[in-house]
Design a protein around this ligand. Structure first.
Ligand code: UD1
Ligand code: CA
Length: 447
């Protein structure tokens, strides 16, 4: 039996008050619809069909070939939206799983359970409900005396008694495809001038068929995003879900509420993540590290037993046993070898620091390679930019760069060389040599 997913993403999301289509707003670093796609993809057989309309081009550009797109030119309701997929799917699938791109917390486990229920029963559809004291404008589930679902009543059409019903429609369904396409033709026009997908329930019951339902246990799954308040709830729900998974795999979090971890991040066992820490993008962290507090790491690879305190790292690589911070900054192309120590107010960009190199205080190292066991004194700067081009600085091993040295690139400093405090080095230095002094003097007039 073949199952295909339809994801509804055509709505405008007016209440977000945003230039950006609602479904592209981020939840834990990924667009909201990415989460809906992931969950659907993993339980269905074919590439999901996404119904787009508002901001269609932007949505297409973000999703790429992870979905097949069908444009709903006029937004005439959820029933009408699903109908747009008929020409793509009719005859090509046995079951149709319908969900919305604005429900990023529904899990593949839930979808799987719905599909299983639908396969095991003869009814035309299985729907998802939640029992909640907060109705959130969701449709109310009307049940018959025998407990079976009779209808879904949308809030604007509900009577006062119906409004009090605590069982709500989550908005995810698994349909028998053959039945669905015919039923969509028979949906009546609602008083609001829309074709409601929810009316398929009433149609099935009128025809004497039984509608299956699955009730969610975890209310977080049913968070649907219509406003920025809901968006923050989705973010918080997803954040805790991600953090719990890491904790179950052996990562300690002092305060998981304040730890923000992207969907693609990997963290090794016995690493401790301190409060107010952001791990984003394609970041990989080894085992036994101490990260944070107050640290932002984006697209980095970090070895084992590293300690990073109050620092900002981007597109950098740290080998094992590196310790850095507080207030260190790594930019793209920074590579710190095993055992490097980097103290406060340092910045490294496009540079390699060899094993056990030390850079304790206030330094800028850019476009440089630094040998093993070399010490970079406080205030050292690689003057790598002449206003037009970047130049390289190569420093050998076991070098001692005195405090406040200016290294004017291009420049090579030999192994075990030393520079005196405050030197301005403009010429290459041979191995085992001490240089001192400041050669600054007028050499040219600018035109
Ligand atoms: C819908 C359900 C409601 C349920 C709620 C759960 C209907 C009529 N009502 O209400 O019972 O409790 O979801 O969140 O289905 N969309 C389109 N094209 C359209 C209209 C909507 O693609 O013409 C998409 C929207 O972008 C959204 C989804 O369908 O992703 C749901 O539409 P929305 O207008 O938000 O429906 P609700 O009023 O929330
Ligand atoms: Ca909605």
């Amino acid at each position: 039996m073949k199952t295909t997913s339809i994801i509804l993403a055509a709505g405008q999301g007016t209440r977000m008050k945003s230039e950006l289509p609602k479904v592209l707003h981020s939840v834990c670093g990924k667009p909201m619809l990415w989460h809906a796609l992931q969950a659907a993809q993993s339980v269905t057989d074919e590439t999901p069909v996404m119904i787009i309309g508002h901001g269609a081009n932007q949505v297409r550009a973000v999703v790429g070939d992870a979905a097949r797109f069908v444009v709903q030119a006029e937004r005439l309701g959820t029933g009408h939206a699903v109908q747009q997929a008929e020409s793509t799917l009719k005859g090509n699938t046995d079951l149709v799983l319908v969900s919305s791109a604005d429900m990023p917390l529904l899990t593949s486990e839930t979808f799987n359970e719905m599909i299983r229920l639908q396969k095991e029963n003869d009814g035309p559809m299985t729907m998802l409900t939640i029992i909640s004291d907060d109705p959130r404008g969701f449709g109310r589930i009307i049940r018959m005396e025998d407990g079976n679902v009779q209808a879904i009543v949308e809030e604007p059409q509900a009577t006062i008694e119906q409004m009090a019903i605590k069982e709500l429609n989550v908005g995810a369904y698994c349909f028998d495809a053959k039945w669905l396409w015919d039923a969509l033709e028979r949906i009546p026009l609602s008083p609001k001038g829309e074709y409601y997908l929810t009316d398929t329930v009433g149609l099935a019951v009128e025809a004497g068929m039984k509608v299956q339902s699955l009730t969610l246990e975890d209310p977080v799954e049913a968070v649907g995003v219509n406003t920025r308040i809901h968006l923050s709830e989705a973010e918080a729900g997803m954040r805790l879900r991600v953090n719990r998974l890491h904790m179950l795999k052996g990562v300690t979090m002092i305060d998981p509420q304040s730890v923000h971890i992207g969907m693609d991040v990997e963290i090794g066992q016995d690493t401790v993540i301190h409060p107010n820490t952001y791990l984003r993008g394609e970041t990989k962290i080894g085992a036994g590290c101490e990260i944070g507090p107050n640290t932002i790491i984006t697209d980095c690879t970090i070895g084992d037993r590293c300690e990073i305190l109050s620092s900002v790292l981007e597109k950098a690589r740290l080998e094992d046993d590196v310790d850095m911070g507080p207030f260190a900054r790594l930019r793209k192309g920074a590579h710190l070898a095993k055992g490097v120590h980097m103290g406060n107010f340092g910045e490294v960009k496009d540079s390699y620091l060899g094993e056990n190199a030390k850079m304790g205080h206030f330094s800028y190292i850019g476009n440089a390679t630094i040998g093993t066991e070399t010490n970079i004194g406080a205030g050292t700067i690689t003057c790598n930019y002449d206003g037009e081009n970047k130049h390289l600085t190569e420093i050998g091993k076991e070098v001692f760069i005195g405090s406040d040295t200016m290294l004017v690139a291009p420049l090579k400093i030999g192994d075990r060389a030393r520079t005196g405090a405050g030197s301005v080095v403009t010429k290459d230095v041979k191995d085992d040599t001490l240089v001192v002094g400041m050669p600054a003097r007028a050499i040219r007039k600018f035109k």
